[in-house]
Design a protein around this ligand. Structure first.
Ligand code: GLV
Ligand code: GLV
Length: 365
C-alpha cells in the first residue's frame, strides 16, 4: 500500500486489516500492552503518516493530532465510542476528521451493565468469595439478602443508544418502571415502554411506565436502580457527587459503565462506607487504572476493568469500524450520516465512512 496507517495497539480479528489494505494502506501496529505516552505516539507517527487508529487510554490533543497533521495525516479514528480522550476542537482547528465506533458496542455494553447490576444487587462476588473460603455451613434465612428489581423503578441518566438498550433490558426483562434524564427526548424508547405496558395489561399484569424527568435530583430520589450512560465532558464530570448520592435511597444500586469521572469516586467510597446496603457496580474509574483509596476494600462494590464492550463480536466490529473510518477518509469519501454499520462485519469493504464525530453534538446523550 502507498499510504501509511499507524495503529497504537493490536486489534482483534483480521477484517479490519482487509479494509485498510483494500484502500491501498500499509499498516504499522505498535506491539505490546503498555499505554503509550504522547512522546511515544509522536515517535510512532514519525515524519510521514496518512492516518492513525488510537485508543481511549491515549491523549489525542494538539500535540499528537498536530504531529499526525504535520506528517501529512488526514484521518484519525478512536477505537472506542467515547472520545473524551480526543480534543475534538483541536482536531477541527487542524482540519483533521475524528472517527469513533458507535453501534456495534451498544448491546454488548448494556449487557455488561446488566451483569454489574445483578452482581451488585444479589451480592454475587461476596457470595462467591464466601463459598471459596469455606464459610458456607448450610442454608440460612438471612444469608446474603439483596434487592429485588421486579416492579420497581430504574433510572437512566443519558438515554442514548446504550442507555436505551439497558433501559429496555430492565423494563422488559424485569417489568421495571422507567425514569430517564437526558437533554433530548427519546421518543422511540418512550413508545417502546408504552407498547410493552399495553402488552402487559392485555395479559392481566400491571403496565410499566416511562417518565422523562427535568432534574437529576428527582430521578435519584425515586429510583431503586440508577445506571449512568452519558458522555464525559465538562458538564458531566462529578455529575454524581456527595450531595446527589445522599438523595438516593439507602438501599439503591448504582451502576457506571460510561466514564469514571462522571462519579466523584472519593465521595462514592465515603457513601458506601456509611451505607452498607447501598450497592455499586463499576466498569470505569475516575483515575483509571487506579482506584480511589478504600474502594477495593468495600464489600458493597463490584469492580471490573473497563470491559463493557469486550465481546469478540463487538471488539472485532469496532476494529472494522475504526478501519472504515480511516479507509473512507483516505479514499476521499464524504461524510456519511446514519449509515447502517452492521454489514461491514460480514466481509464487505465499505464504500463510505460511517462515523465521524461532530464537535457540536457533544452533550448528554
Ligand atoms: C469504551 O469505553 C468505549 O468508549 O468504546
Ligand atoms: C453513546 O455513545 C451511546 O451509544 O449511548
Amino acid at each position: 500500500g502507498s499510504k501509511r496507517v499507524v495503529v497504537t495497539k493490536e486489534l482483534p480479528g483480521t477484517h479490519w486489516q482487509d479494509i485498510l489494505t483494500a484502500a491501498d494502506c500499509r499498516i504499522e501496529i505498535m506491539p505490546g500492552t503498555e499505554i503509550l505516552s504522547k512522546e511515544e505516539i509522536i515517535a510512532l507517527i514519525g515524519d510521514q503518516c496518512d492516518g492513525a487508529i488510537g485508543q481511549l487510554t491515549e491523549a489525542w490533543d494538539t500535540d499528537t493530532l498536530g504531529a499526525l497533521k504535520a506528517a501529512g495525516g488526514t484521518a484519525y479514528s478512536n477505537y472506542a465510542v467515547g472520545f473524551n480522550n480526543v480534543d475534538v476542537a483541536a482536531a477541527n482547528e487542524l482540519g483533521l476528521p475524528v472517527g469513533n465506533t458507535p453501534g456495534v458496542l451498544t448491546e454488548t455494553t448494556a449487557e455488561l451493565a446488566i451483569a454489574l447490576t445483578f452482581a451488585a444487587s444479589r451480592r454475587i462476588v461476596e457470595s462467591d468469595q464466601f463459598m471459596r473460603s469455606g464459610q458456607f455451613h448450610g442454608w440460612l434465612p438471612q444469608l446474603f439478602m439483596g434487592q429485588l428489581f421486579h416492579g420497581k423503578t430504574v433510572g437512566i441518566i443519558g438515554a442514548g443508544r446504550i442507555g436505551a438498550a439497558y433501559a429496555r433490558m430492565m423494563v422488559e426483562g424485569h417489568k421495571m418502571n422507567l425514569v430517564y434524564y437526558d437533554l433530548y427526548q427519546n421518543e422511540s424508547l418512550e413508545d417502546y415502554v408504552a407498547d410493552y405496558g399495553a402488552l402487559l395489561e392485555k395479559h392481566g399484569e400491571p403496565a410499566v411506565t416511562c417518565q422523562r424527568v427535568d432534574s437529576i435530583e428527582e430521578l435519584l430520589k425515586v429510583s431503586d436502580l440508577v445506571s449512568l450512560h452519558t458522555v464525559l465532558d465538562e458538564n458531566t464530570k462529578h455529575l454524581i457527587n456527595e450531595e446527589r448520592l445522599n438523595l438516593m435511597k439507602k438501599d439503591a444500586i448504582l451502576v457506571n459503565s460510561a466514564r469514571g469521572p462522571i462519579i466523584d469516586e472519593n465521595a462514592l467510597v465515603a457513601h458506601c462506607q456509611k451505607n452498607p446496603d447501598f450497592r455499586v457496580g463499576l466498569d470505569v474509574f475516575e483515575e483509571e487504572p487506579a482506584m480511589a483509596p478504600g474502594l477495593a476494600d468495600l464489600d458493597n462494590v463490584v469492580i471490573v476493568p473497563h470491559i463493557a464492550s469486550a465481546t469478540v463480536w463487538t471488539r472485532e466490529g469496532m476494529a472494522s469500524l475504526a478501519a472504515s473510518n480511516v479507509a473512507g477518509l483516505l479514499q476521499g469519501y464524504s461524510l456519511w450520516d446514519g449509515a447502517d454499520v452492521l454489514p461491514f462485519l460480514e466481509g464487505d469493504i465499505p464504500q463510505a465512512m460511517p462515523n465521524i464525530v461532530n464537535a457540536s453534538e457533544v452533550g448528554i446523550s
